[in-house]
Design a protein around this ligand. Sequence first.
Ligand SMILES: Cc1cc2nc3c(=O)[nH]c(=O)nc-3n(C[C@H](O)[C@H](O)[C@H](O)COP(=O)(O)OP(=O)(O)OC[C@H]3O[C@@H](n4cnc5c(N)ncnc54)[C@H](O)[C@@H]3O)c2cc1C
Length: 404
Amino acid sequence: MSHMRVDHDLCTLCGECVAACPFDGVTMESGVIEFTDSCRLCRLCIKACPTGAIWLDKSEKGPVLDRSKYKDVLVFAEQRQGHIQPVTYELIGKGLELAKALGEQVTVFLAGYDLGAQGKELLNYGVSHVYLYDHAELEHFRIEPYTALMVELVNEIRPNIILMGATPVGRSLAPRVAARLRTGLTADCTSLSVKNNGDLVQTRPAFGGNVMAQIITPRHRPQMATVRYKVMPAANRVAEPQGQVTYPAIDEGLLRSGIKVMGFRPHQVTSSITDAEIVVAAGRGIGRPEGLELLGKLAGQLGGALGVTRPLVEQGWADYTQQIGMSGRTIRPRLYIGCGISGAIQHVAGMRSADVIFAINSDPKASIFDVAHYGLVGDMYEIVPLLIEALQKGESPNAVFQAG
Ligand SMILES: Cc1cc2nc3c(=O)[nH]c(=O)nc-3n(C[C@H](O)[C@H](O)[C@H](O)COP(=O)(O)OP(=O)(O)OC[C@H]3O[C@@H](n4cnc5c(N)ncnc54)[C@H](O)[C@@H]3O)c2cc1C
């Protein structure tokens, strides 16, 4: 562990280091230069100091990690109104793959009320253990008890890896658990693998999606990652489940919360692009809002949902819940039809896992064609009405492709 140090005999309290720090990492209170938690060890203060009073001390060794004390992959099973959320099965699928590579097993943390059947059901997906915290106080997600119980379990079973969904619940719970455990957390991973030494390689987009960063947590355990829904394939049911459900004793003190749930009103979801088997997506190439009506019609014909790229949301033509991509939703439909979409990396990050990608674009060099399985070069205002007509007549859209 490195630290910034100050030689107070050389320091003239000129304040150059405070002014040079872009992170508010240096303060000069009570006549002493001090470094705060915001210091990033960027060394700008060293360069700015006219008397050479500041230096980076690398002499302190960090804690030595005993990897052998940690094993297994712990999955946070998210439930809402007693229903296990589908991201859970995707985390179990990835967890089983990682556990196999490490020669370990997958265990599950599940909290809620009257969830015996759901706990047993999870065993059908190949997990070795479900720790079920069943209590009326846990029926709805409340951050304090969920954090306290999860931290208690982790301290007891010492998992090597913890996986959570990058859902509103997971995004709230994961950082709190990570902070209590004093370990690292990588959010919104798009890929996970393990090195021979057990380090989890957590890949996620960085710098606006232009770089895929690979992050490891070599000095701390557990290694924690969140993964968005629809990024990983779900686990399959196993023929002969071997695991068991354990009901750990619940310390009532850990259930204390400042949040009182007054009631629950489910959010009315119309057609969700995340769950749709077929998604028709509109890009800036539609040029005018009427293009959305046309593509909505195509989506309706196919029994699918209508998605968009970010510029259409920014223009106020579509709702954020329809945005596909890095800062929108990740989708994994059987069929994706992109119309007037260039194929920017931030959009592709949210749809590249579709089974079949079909693109319509007037520019033959558009990068959407690099990821598309099928493509038509042309004006979507000419092609899409032909597709709709063919579908209305019950004809195969192939006729349109051949004409194109
Ligand atoms: C941090 C960050 C996060 C981002 N997150 C997202 C995100 O989550 N989702 C997202 O979508 N974007 C995101 N973006 C924006 C992204 O970089 C692109 O700007 C955006 O995806 C481009 O949208 P588009 O393809 O609709 O538009 P354009 O890039 O303008 O492409 C329009 C395409 O339409 C074609 N076209 C024009 N007329 C026609 C026609 N009549 N028929 C057929 N084709 C036609 C053109 O040839 C062109 O290829 C993000 C950007 C940043 C910096």
